[in-house]
Design a binder for this molecule. Structure first.
Ligand code: SF4
Ligand code: SF4
Length: 148
């Protein structure tokens, strides 16, 4: 889905997680469901109606595409998508959305979480694999597994 990179060095490539993980109300796309226009087997963007995709979809860029994390931590490789979210009370916030079971427990994801908690306390959420709810406190960051 992402197509508006603010970090020109990055490109979605074969990743298409934002065509599946988030809800897209303007397309009646539920959370954790492939968009009707997505081809999950494609080795590139996989959108079958790219030119006509809606504005919300067109404007979306995940945190990685905006420059978060290392080059090698594209969401489909990390197993976690950094999803900018708008919280009713908090305003801008960030969700770590798990695309594979247990991906949030891996050292690199734990490290990013620990950094995010420090940089934006109270504005970090997680959503576990196939859990429809964003949560703030389920995950206890395992600092003994933090990697640089
Ligand atoms: S319209 Fe295309 S780019 Fe947008 S979510 Fe669907 S498949 Fe992805
Ligand atoms: S999750 Fe990020 S990197 Fe993956 S397709 Fe969407 S915007 Fe691109």
């Amino acid at each position: 889905m992402g197509s508006t990179p603010t970090n020109q060095a990055r490109a979605c490539g074969a990743c298409k997680l934002c065509c599946m993980l988030p809800e897209i109300p303007s397309m009646n796309k539920p959370v954790d469901t492939w968009c009707a226009h997505a081809d999950p087997t494609s080795t590139d963007c996989g959108c079958t109606d790219y030119e006509n995709r809606p504005d919300g979809c067109r404007a979306f860029s995940c945190g990685w595409l905006r420059g978060m994390g290392d080059e090698d931590d594209r969401p489909d490789k990390l197993g976690v998508m950094f999803q900018p979210v708008m919280h009713d009370d908090l305003g801008d916030a960030l969700a770590f959305v798990e695309a594979e079971p247990g991906a949030l427990d891996r050292p690199r994801a734990q490290w990013y979480l620990s950094q995010a908690f420090v940089q934006a306390p109270g504005r970090i959420f997680i959503r576990r694999y196939r859990d429809l709810n964003f949560k703030t406190t389920e995950l206890t960051v395992n600092r003994s597994s933090i990697a640089g």
